[in-house]
Write a protein that binds this ligand. Sequence first.
Ligand code: FPP
Length: 262
Amino acid sequence: MIFNRSKSMPDDVPATLDLDRIPKHVAMIMDGNGRWAKKRGMPRIAGHQRGMEVVKTVAKAAAEVGVEVLTLYAFSTENWKRPEDEVGFLMKLPGRFFDTFIPELKANNIRVEIIGDITGVPTDTQRVVLDAVAQTADNTGMVLNFALNYGSRAEIVTGVQEIATAVAQGELAVDDITENTVSQHLMTRQLGALADPDLLIRTGGEERLSNFLLWQSAYAEFVFTDVLWPDLTADIFFDNLITYQNRDRRFGGLVENKSNQK
Ligand code: FPP
């Protein structure tokens, strides 16, 4: 059954996936669209189009097993360096996605959130994205959090500027600046206690963070897979969750931390 948040095992979920130890926040770097298309003699944008369909598959699979936040790196601040036609296509993708997927998101209680500098994307894209956020604002299930025109270093710089301003204006003492202060000045603050990913998955074979959630990933588990994003399936996603469940999260301590253990 799709989107069943109960602990009963849906038919399509592997028995080895423990529904009591699902990572609350999963972040994903969706890499490999261009190579997927090239392998098929297709233009790169065909890979992005196929990648958009996979976003639907993964969002449904994540919600089905009880992930609470799914953050997807849809467009980075560095992606503007790509050819104009590719950037143009990527900016149209949110519109295509929400045109066809909003009813399912609403029906299944999924809330859309955005991190990134939304003011830097074309007005049409801003409008569809903010509309999706508004249309799903009352949903209480999984948060589908798109990182759009997002860059982690820029996010940290903005946060530092805000904190420095508060200090300069006498609203905050330097000694009162804590890790929590920094977290509260990052774009992920809207996710509250779920701001930091438990698991970060990157598809496409590269093993780097590419300016994604640098502060927030301090204690995330990383799973790198060679699978190209357009080839990702719900089964492969569930396998990645099982890999996470087999890790021993210690958060710098010596004893096994129980957050992903029974
Ligand atoms: C990286 O692959 C992928 C992107 C820059 C875009 C990711 C976007 C999607 C998967 C669709 C997003 C959907 C919505 C709804 C916004 P790449 O092009 O760098 O692949 P390559 O490394 O093989 O060239």
